[in-house]
Write a protein that binds this ligand. Sequence first.
Ligand code: NI
Ligand code: MN
Length: 226
Amino acid sequence: MQLTYYGHSCFQVVIKGRKILFDPFITGNELAKQVEIDTIEIDYIFLSHGHSDHIADCVSIAKRTGCTVIANWEIHEWLNKQGISNTHPMNTGGKWHFNFGSVKVVVAQHSSGLPDGSYGGNPLGFLFITGEGNFYYSGDTALTLDMRLIPGWAKLDFAVLPIGDNFTMDAADAAKAADFIDCETIVGVHYNTFGFIKINEAEAKKIFETAGKNLLLPAIMETIEV
Ligand code: NI
Ligand code: MN
């Protein structure tokens, strides 16, 4: 499966030719100035929660592309009010079969208020089970024992986890999460974008190496095979 990193927690995967974007936050990201947002073609956007560093560019991309946006019920209603009607609400515990495979919504331990102060529901994690591979995107979350449930649902090929600390797991907790979810290959996100989450990348890689796991930190605009 191909994964393209757009900075912070924004990335795209292509499954069965369908382009799936996660947590679009590009125009407000000082590190992602080289990303030409208007050239990103997308079939689906998945939103983990309502914070602006995960949804800031969602409305404009959804308006331009007409893609389907998947989010929790409260964000779905909020998007409808912004003029985005092609939405699919989901919530924790539920699963749906899309034309690229199925997605199960799992627990994330975080918060989810929307940029204008509206209630944003609960944060979500996503488990993708597809004919081209399985992966887990945790969204912003603490390390949680709920992650231990994931190997019972799917054998993961890779997972996308935050490693920036302060608002989410740090690299050490993310390495423990990799153990809980029984996954060897982790793509690290949600680090270095702003002051609170600056990390030492070499140290993070070492922590994963010691844990016997592989931490991938693609450059912004880099496409990797996972
Ligand atoms: Ni957040
Ligand atoms: Mn965040």
